[in-house]
Design a protein around this ligand. Structure first.
Ligand SMILES: Nc1ncnc2c1ncn2[C@@H]1O[C@H](COP(=O)(O)OP(=O)(O)OP(=O)(O)O)[C@@H](O)[C@H]1O
Length: 263
């Protein structure tokens, strides 16, 4: 379990009309073993924040602390250490999975990145990981294209877990999936939290989905955190108008028309 703290984090991008402040002085904390949900509409800066934590986007100002230590990404060794502590899963599993590698090869590669495993331990690890993410072990010898989108995303999650990270960042991991599949992946995330005691940063734009898996929720708007609260409190009494707008914009299931009365 790894704790994360961001102090006044600022991230800039170079836009066509000059610098764009994607993350504007964000401070937040994820105590070890807990999940922080980060919610906000498209363009609010969520991905920039996530990418800055793992060194994929430069930090303009502020600090990223993992277990109290400043994150370093300058050297190969530092990046390796970071990869061992923090893994990120993105919206599109196809970017994480090599189309030429079977599920087994993908998982073994990740599982042996930092640990030596003999043949038998590798086979057990693959079965264990697939079980953890709710996949049938018989899928181990398939290629990504022989799996559904939801199954591929589960493999991407298993691949991240194979490394044995202390913190998992999930960036819109259910957004590209069918609604019914989304719910089942969210339940898998809850199972993982219960079984592994992982620390997580769970990013999404759908407030109920984010709340389903989060202990605390932070609401991001135009690069800033406008409200942070324990999940229950946020749902019961959102304070910021933007949070209320997010809650109000959640689509409800259409109610079937009333049955026609016989005349
Ligand atoms: N590589 C980049 N170059 C220039 N501008 C960028 C880059 N990445 C993001 N931005 C800009 O930074 C701002 C925040 O984008 P970001 O992708 O972090 O938001 P987001 O909340 O994750 O949105 P989405 O869910 O659509 O990815 C937006 O104005 C976006 O246009």
């Amino acid at each position: 379990m790894t704790g994360l703290r961001l102090c006044d984090l600022t991230v800039h991008h170079h836009g066509p009309h000059g610098p764009v402040t994607a993350v504007d002085g964000v401070s937040l904390e994820i105590p070890p073993g807990t999940t922080l949900g980060l919610v906000g509409e498209s363009g609010s800066g969520k991905s920039s924040l996530a990418r800055a934590i793992v060194g994929l986007t430069p930090v303009h100002a502020g600090r990223v602390l993992l277990d109290g230590q400043e994150v370093r990404v300058r050297t190969v060794r530092a990046r390796r250490r970071l990869g061992r502590l923090v893994q990120i899963v993105l919206q599109d599993p196809d970017t994480a999975l090599d189309p030429r590698m079977t599920v087994r090869q993908t998982l073994v590669e990740a599982a042996t990145a930092f640990h030596r495993l003999d043949r038998r331990a590798r086979a057990e690890r693959v079965t264990g990981l697939l079980d953890l993410v709710g996949l049938d072990p018989r899928l181990a010898d398939r290629l990504p294209r022989q799996l559904s989108g939801g199954q591929r995303q589960r493999v991407a999650i298993a691949r991240a877990l194979a490394v044995g990270p202390g913190l998992l960042i999930a960036d819109e991991i259910t957004s590209a999936l069918d609604v019914s599949v989304q719910a089942s992946v969210l339940n898998t995330i809850r199972e993982l939290q219960r079984k592994l005691g992982l620390s997580m940063l769970f990013i999404g734009h759908n407030l109920p989905a984010v709340c389903h898996v989060s202990d605390t929720v932070a609401v991001m708007h135009r690069g800033r955190i406008v409200e942070t609260a324990p999940t229950e409190d946020l749902l019961r009494g959102p304070r910021h108008p933007y949070t209320r707008a997010l809650l109000a914009s959640v689509p409800t299931l259409p109610t079937p028309p009333p049955a026609e009365r016989p005349s």
